[in-house]
Design a protein around this ligand. Sequence first.
Ligand code: CA
Length: 226
Amino acid sequence: MRILVIEDHQDIAASIYDYLEELGYVMDAAGDGVTGLHLAVANNYDVIILDLGLPGIDGIDLCRRLRQDAKSTTPVLMLTARDSLESKLAGFDSGADDYLVKPFALQELAARVKVLTERVTRAPASRLQVGDLTLDAEAHEVRRAGQRIELNPTAFRLLTYLMQNTHRLVKRDELENAVWNDDPPDSDALRTHLSNLRQAVDKPFAHPLLHTVRGFGYRLTEHADD
Ligand code: CA
């Protein structure tokens, strides 16, 4: 597993580098955005750890260029010192998969990196699970806390996609694309189907799994404030 750290703060970069190298990852590092982008495009990494505030090209811009210009799908874990919703959303909007707010524990960083690498290597599973919610794609069966939940085909596709991407926020247009291939029936269709999905999956239970991030998208997780 090969990891690129793009971080201009030398002490933070060094501690990440050493900690992950100790865990067996092959590490590369860049101290500015231009070098980081160059390395990210030139090599194949399993995860890129990307600081938000960088000299040269900042993290948001770098991530956007990586996704849009270089068509890279390498998972990006964004590091941010700004614990504001705006910077997180800007990070996700640029194509980051996850974020961590500084200061963070290295164990936490390693855990997030592991999740992102598993997402890459994991074969598409026919059985998905988030908390007490399970979805069996082959049997076309959804259960929560053992109770069978009936869903129409659209809600089933929505739920499948959200469960496959439980580690991150999913944008509205991405969700529409996943379900209707860029051709949503109308602008309110997604909202309606999600509302039905919420009724079926969350309403009868104590803990909601489907979370709305207003103006941005959705996340299906048992960790509400994650
Ligand atoms: Ca920085």
